[in-house]
Design a protein around this ligand. Structure first.
Ligand code: ARG
Length: 270
């Protein structure tokens, strides 16, 4: 009788030790954040294409939203992506591509988020979800300083340059006819063609317009606004968790002034 009891106790001890070890190791990997410590939630629970990364698709020829500086892509969108990623415990990886490819990259799961000064349109929203908006843009018209074009109406019958698949392209093609619109892969190329006298005007968002006019001699922006738009990030329709997380992060970043200070750092007064 006594012997049997010893064995039972020994077994209980072994079992207890095993349970303790089990508990110990699971504690190591899933440490509960200390109460009130918001920075403890670093390990991300948001599903992304590659674990731990936030892959951002953009077209880095759109200053000041995204452009190259010493071989690195910088600008408003890069900084906003960084701020969002910090909140979500992710690391940003930027992929530069044609503007025309961004929505497909996001929709087909090659990138997590498109951030490209991208205007919210109902047509685009058929293929991807848009986040809450974080900035506004205006379509501007650039002409040469000696141009006789003074208003939008004067553009009729002229050669208008745009970046392929942008809202500038879509609107100009609708209003002035495809045959009058020359589509370039990069905004820079359209501006270059204008300064070389190959086309008569460029329709592009106001901030890149200001940036290009400042860096190219002999150009000016018409004192007329073609269209007002809102910029947002695009995210796959299959990743609602990421959409929610990004909107949550954006709300916090608006609230604490981060978004405004990023915009102020880059935006040129008109
Ligand atoms: N806002 C315009 C659009 O959505 C132009 C955006 C171009 N962005 C860029 N990164 N090249 O169509």
């Amino acid at each position: 009788m006594k012997f049997k009891k010893v064995i039972t106790l020994a077994m209980a001890a072994v079992l207890g030790a095993a349970l303790l070890t089990g508990c110990g190791s699971s504690n190591d990997t899933q440490e509960a954040p200390a109460e009130g410590d918001t920075t403890a939630a670093v390990e991300s629970t948001v599903p992304t294409v590659t674990e731990g990364k936030l892959i951002m698709a953009t077209n880095a020829y759109f200053p000041p939203y995204e452009y190259y500086e010493n071989n690195e892509i910088v600008g408003i969108d890069a900084e906003i992506a960084g701020a969002i990623a910090d909140k979500l415990g992710l690391e940003v990886e930027i992929q530069d591509m044609e503007f025309d490819s961004i929505i497909t990259a996001v929709a087909t799961g090659k990138a997590d988020i498109g951030l490209a000064g991208m205007t919210v349109t109902p047509e685009r929203a058929k293929n991807i979800n848009f986040s809450d908006t974080y900035a506004t843009g205006i379509q501007s018209v650039i002409v040469t300083e000696d141009s006789d074009i003074q208003s939008i109406d004067d553009l009729a019958g002229k050669k208008i340059g745009v970046q392929l698949s942008t809202t500038g392209d879509i609107k100009a093609s609708e209003q002035f006819g495809e045959e009058n619109v020359e589509k370039f892969n990069k905004g820079n190329d359209a501006v270059m063609a204008l300064s070389q006298g190959k086309i008569d005007a460029v329709i592009i968002d106001n901030q890149p317009a200001l940036s290009y006019v400042a860096s190219t001699a002999g150009l000016k922006i018409l004192d007329t606004q073609y269209a007002e738009e809102e910029y947002a990030a695009c995210i796959s329709k299959d990743n609602d968790a990421l959409l929610e997380a990004v909107n949550g992060a954006l709300a916090e970043l608006k609230e604490d002034g981060t978004i405004q200070s990023i915009l102020d750092k880059y935006i040129v007064a008109e």
